[in-house]
Design a protein. Structure first.
Length: 254
Protein backbone atom coordinates (compact mmCIF):
# COMPACT_ATOMS: atom_id res chain seq x y z
CA UNK A 1 0.00 0.00 0.00
CA UNK A 2 1.23 3.50 -0.77
CA UNK A 3 0.20 6.79 0.85
CA UNK A 4 -2.59 8.65 -1.00
CA UNK A 5 -0.24 11.59 -1.68
CA UNK A 6 2.38 9.46 -3.44
CA UNK A 7 2.67 8.35 -7.06
CA UNK A 8 4.98 5.66 -8.35
CA UNK A 9 6.56 5.08 -11.75
CA UNK A 10 8.43 2.09 -13.18
CA UNK A 11 11.47 3.24 -15.17
CA UNK A 12 12.86 1.63 -18.32
CA UNK A 13 15.46 -0.07 -16.11
CA UNK A 14 12.64 -1.73 -14.11
CA UNK A 15 13.34 0.54 -11.11
CA UNK A 16 10.27 1.74 -9.21
CA UNK A 17 10.46 5.37 -8.06
CA UNK A 18 8.11 7.10 -5.68
CA UNK A 19 7.21 10.80 -5.75
CA UNK A 20 5.43 12.79 -3.05
CA UNK A 21 2.88 15.13 -4.52
CA UNK A 22 3.15 18.84 -3.73
CA UNK A 23 0.73 20.23 -1.19
CA UNK A 24 -1.45 23.28 -1.56
CA UNK A 25 0.90 25.40 0.56
CA UNK A 26 4.06 24.80 -1.47
CA UNK A 27 2.17 25.22 -4.72
CA UNK A 28 0.74 28.54 -3.56
CA UNK A 29 4.20 29.86 -2.64
CA UNK A 30 5.51 28.74 -6.03
CA UNK A 31 2.54 30.45 -7.69
CA UNK A 32 3.26 33.71 -5.86
CA UNK A 33 6.86 33.67 -7.06
CA UNK A 34 5.78 32.89 -10.61
CA UNK A 35 3.12 35.59 -10.51
CA UNK A 36 5.73 38.19 -9.58
CA UNK A 37 7.85 37.18 -12.56
CA UNK A 38 4.92 36.81 -14.96
CA UNK A 39 3.34 40.11 -13.91
CA UNK A 40 6.66 41.90 -14.40
CA UNK A 41 6.82 40.56 -17.95
CA UNK A 42 3.15 41.43 -18.42
CA UNK A 43 3.77 44.99 -17.26
CA UNK A 44 6.45 45.36 -19.91
CA UNK A 45 3.96 44.12 -22.52
CA UNK A 46 1.29 46.54 -21.31
CA UNK A 47 3.68 49.49 -21.46
CA UNK A 48 4.66 48.48 -24.97
CA UNK A 49 0.99 48.19 -25.98
CA UNK A 50 0.15 51.60 -24.55
CA UNK A 51 3.10 53.10 -26.33
CA UNK A 52 1.82 51.72 -29.60
CA UNK A 53 -1.73 52.95 -28.89
CA UNK A 54 -0.47 56.45 -28.08
CA UNK A 55 0.82 56.79 -31.63
CA UNK A 56 -2.58 56.10 -33.16
CA UNK A 57 -4.10 59.03 -35.01
CA UNK A 58 -7.75 58.02 -34.55
CA UNK A 59 -9.94 56.88 -31.65
CA UNK A 60 -10.51 53.56 -33.38
CA UNK A 61 -6.78 53.06 -33.77
CA UNK A 62 -6.24 53.85 -30.10
CA UNK A 63 -8.91 51.31 -29.11
CA UNK A 64 -7.41 48.61 -31.28
CA UNK A 65 -3.97 49.40 -29.90
CA UNK A 66 -5.22 49.13 -26.33
CA UNK A 67 -7.00 45.84 -27.07
CA UNK A 68 -3.86 44.52 -28.72
CA UNK A 69 -1.86 45.49 -25.65
CA UNK A 70 -4.26 43.62 -23.37
CA UNK A 71 -4.15 40.57 -25.62
CA UNK A 72 -0.37 40.61 -25.71
CA UNK A 73 -0.25 41.02 -21.92
CA UNK A 74 -2.51 37.99 -21.38
CA UNK A 75 -0.49 35.97 -23.84
CA UNK A 76 2.77 36.88 -22.09
CA UNK A 77 1.34 35.97 -18.68
CA UNK A 78 0.16 32.50 -19.67
CA UNK A 79 3.03 31.86 -22.08
CA UNK A 80 5.49 32.34 -19.23
CA UNK A 81 4.17 29.27 -17.44
CA UNK A 82 3.88 27.08 -20.53
CA UNK A 83 7.28 27.99 -22.00
CA UNK A 84 9.03 27.65 -18.63
CA UNK A 85 7.60 24.16 -18.07
CA UNK A 86 8.38 23.11 -21.64
CA UNK A 87 12.04 24.13 -21.63
CA UNK A 88 12.91 23.15 -18.06
CA UNK A 89 11.37 19.72 -17.63
CA UNK A 90 8.14 20.80 -15.91
CA UNK A 91 9.59 23.58 -13.77
CA UNK A 92 8.95 27.29 -13.54
CA UNK A 93 11.08 29.65 -11.48
CA UNK A 94 8.63 29.33 -8.60
CA UNK A 95 8.48 25.54 -8.80
CA UNK A 96 12.26 25.32 -8.99
CA UNK A 97 12.56 27.52 -5.89
CA UNK A 98 10.17 25.24 -3.99
CA UNK A 99 11.63 21.99 -5.34
CA UNK A 100 8.53 21.14 -7.40
CA UNK A 101 8.05 19.72 -10.87
CA UNK A 102 5.18 18.87 -13.22
CA UNK A 103 4.87 15.21 -14.26
CA UNK A 104 2.18 13.16 -15.92
CA UNK A 105 -0.18 11.43 -13.51
CA UNK A 106 1.56 8.10 -14.18
CA UNK A 107 4.92 9.58 -13.09
CA UNK A 108 6.38 9.99 -16.58
CA UNK A 109 7.67 13.27 -18.02
CA UNK A 110 4.93 15.71 -19.05
CA UNK A 111 4.85 16.12 -22.83
CA UNK A 112 4.06 19.23 -24.88
CA UNK A 113 0.36 18.46 -25.15
CA UNK A 114 -0.10 17.93 -21.42
CA UNK A 115 1.71 21.16 -20.54
CA UNK A 116 -0.19 23.21 -23.09
CA UNK A 117 -3.57 21.86 -21.93
CA UNK A 118 -2.86 22.46 -18.22
CA UNK A 119 -1.81 26.04 -18.95
CA UNK A 120 -4.76 26.82 -21.24
CA UNK A 121 -7.11 25.67 -18.46
CA UNK A 122 -5.15 27.89 -16.05
CA UNK A 123 -7.45 30.71 -17.18
CA UNK A 124 -10.37 28.88 -15.55
CA UNK A 125 -8.35 27.98 -12.45
CA UNK A 126 -7.38 31.58 -11.68
CA UNK A 127 -10.94 32.94 -12.07
CA UNK A 128 -12.56 33.10 -8.64
CA UNK A 129 -9.94 30.81 -7.13
CA UNK A 130 -11.56 27.69 -8.61
CA UNK A 131 -8.22 25.95 -8.98
CA UNK A 132 -7.39 26.50 -5.30
CA UNK A 133 -10.70 24.97 -4.21
CA UNK A 134 -10.21 21.93 -6.43
CA UNK A 135 -6.64 21.44 -5.17
CA UNK A 136 -7.80 21.65 -1.56
CA UNK A 137 -10.24 18.75 -1.95
CA UNK A 138 -8.24 16.60 -4.40
CA UNK A 139 -6.08 13.90 -2.69
CA UNK A 140 -3.13 14.71 -4.98
CA UNK A 141 -3.68 18.50 -4.89
CA UNK A 142 -4.47 18.63 -8.61
CA UNK A 143 -6.22 21.67 -10.09
CA UNK A 144 -8.52 21.66 -13.12
CA UNK A 145 -5.56 22.19 -15.45
CA UNK A 146 -3.85 19.11 -14.01
CA UNK A 147 -7.00 17.02 -14.38
CA UNK A 148 -7.49 18.16 -17.97
CA UNK A 149 -3.82 17.70 -18.91
CA UNK A 150 -3.34 14.48 -16.97
CA UNK A 151 -0.57 16.04 -14.89
CA UNK A 152 0.42 16.30 -11.25
CA UNK A 153 2.90 18.52 -9.41
CA UNK A 154 5.41 16.55 -7.30
CA UNK A 155 8.29 17.27 -5.01
CA UNK A 156 11.67 16.81 -6.65
CA UNK A 157 13.58 13.73 -5.54
CA UNK A 158 16.67 14.67 -3.53
CA UNK A 159 19.88 13.73 -5.29
CA UNK A 160 22.09 11.17 -3.60
CA UNK A 161 25.79 11.92 -3.66
CA UNK A 162 28.32 9.15 -4.30
CA UNK A 163 29.90 9.71 -0.91
CA UNK A 164 26.57 9.25 0.83
CA UNK A 165 25.83 6.14 -1.20
CA UNK A 166 29.07 4.38 -0.29
CA UNK A 167 29.47 5.69 3.25
CA UNK A 168 29.44 2.94 5.85
CA UNK A 169 27.18 3.30 8.89
CA UNK A 170 29.01 4.47 12.02
CA UNK A 171 30.27 1.91 14.50
CA UNK A 172 28.65 2.16 17.93
CA UNK A 173 31.34 2.09 20.62
CA UNK A 174 30.92 2.69 24.33
CA UNK A 175 34.65 3.12 24.86
CA UNK A 176 37.66 3.96 22.64
CA UNK A 177 39.87 1.76 24.84
CA UNK A 178 41.05 -1.38 22.96
CA UNK A 179 41.93 -3.01 26.29
CA UNK A 180 44.66 -5.60 26.86
CA UNK A 181 45.90 -7.61 23.86
CA UNK A 182 43.52 -10.45 22.98
CA UNK A 183 45.10 -13.85 22.38
CA UNK A 184 44.34 -15.60 19.11
CA UNK A 185 43.50 -12.43 17.23
CA UNK A 186 45.93 -13.53 14.52
CA UNK A 187 43.56 -16.37 13.64
CA UNK A 188 40.90 -13.91 12.48
CA UNK A 189 40.72 -12.47 9.01
CA UNK A 190 38.77 -9.88 7.04
CA UNK A 191 35.56 -11.92 7.18
CA UNK A 192 35.45 -11.87 10.98
CA UNK A 193 36.51 -8.21 11.05
CA UNK A 194 33.63 -7.27 8.76
CA UNK A 195 31.17 -9.36 10.77
CA UNK A 196 32.11 -7.62 14.03
CA UNK A 197 31.90 -4.22 12.36
CA UNK A 198 28.48 -5.01 10.88
CA UNK A 199 27.16 -5.92 14.32
CA UNK A 200 28.57 -2.82 16.01
CA UNK A 201 27.18 -0.59 13.23
CA UNK A 202 23.72 -2.10 13.41
CA UNK A 203 21.17 0.24 14.97
CA UNK A 204 17.62 -0.20 16.14
CA UNK A 205 18.02 -3.58 17.86
CA UNK A 206 16.14 -4.18 21.07
CA UNK A 207 18.56 -4.41 24.05
CA UNK A 208 17.69 -8.06 24.74
CA UNK A 209 18.11 -9.02 21.09
CA UNK A 210 21.39 -7.11 20.83
CA UNK A 211 22.75 -8.80 23.97
CA UNK A 212 21.77 -12.27 22.73
CA UNK A 213 23.29 -11.64 19.30
CA UNK A 214 26.50 -10.28 20.84
CA UNK A 215 26.80 -13.39 23.02
CA UNK A 216 26.32 -15.71 20.04
CA UNK A 217 28.94 -13.90 17.92
CA UNK A 218 31.37 -13.80 20.84
CA UNK A 219 31.14 -17.55 21.49
CA UNK A 220 31.74 -18.29 17.80
CA UNK A 221 34.80 -16.06 17.85
CA UNK A 222 36.08 -17.65 21.07
CA UNK A 223 36.12 -20.99 19.29
CA UNK A 224 37.69 -19.52 16.15
CA UNK A 225 40.42 -17.88 18.24
CA UNK A 226 40.91 -21.11 20.27
CA UNK A 227 40.55 -19.28 23.57
CA UNK A 228 40.57 -21.66 26.57
CA UNK A 229 37.62 -21.70 29.01
CA UNK A 230 39.76 -19.84 31.55
CA UNK A 231 40.58 -16.96 29.17
CA UNK A 232 39.74 -13.59 30.74
CA UNK A 233 38.06 -12.47 27.50
CA UNK A 234 35.30 -15.00 28.17
CA UNK A 235 34.49 -13.14 31.38
CA UNK A 236 33.98 -9.80 29.65
CA UNK A 237 30.47 -8.64 28.68
CA UNK A 238 29.96 -9.84 25.08
CA UNK A 239 29.55 -6.34 23.62
CA UNK A 240 32.65 -5.09 25.43
CA UNK A 241 34.60 -8.02 24.00
CA UNK A 242 33.38 -7.28 20.48
CA UNK A 243 34.20 -3.58 20.81
CA UNK A 244 37.73 -4.25 22.06
CA UNK A 245 38.23 -6.93 19.42
CA UNK A 246 37.10 -4.52 16.69
CA UNK A 247 39.46 -1.80 17.90
CA UNK A 248 42.41 -4.20 17.99
CA UNK A 249 41.58 -5.52 14.53
CA UNK A 250 41.47 -1.92 13.30
CA UNK A 251 44.87 -1.23 14.83
CA UNK A 252 46.26 -4.38 13.24
CA UNK A 253 45.05 -3.32 9.82
CA UNK A 254 46.82 0.06 9.89
Amino acid sequence: MQPPDTIRVLTADNVRLGYSTAGVGSRMVAQIIDNLVALALTLVAVVAGLAIASHATTATGSLYGALAGVGIALFVYFAYFAISELISGGRTLGKAAMGLRVLRADGSTADVGAILVRNVVRLIDVVGGIGLVVMFFHPLSRRLGDLAGGTVVVRERTGLSLSAAVASPPVILRTPDPGPPIDGIGLLGAHEHNAVRAFLARQGLQPAVRMRLAADISHRLFDRMQLPPSAPERMWPPELFLERLYLQLELRGR
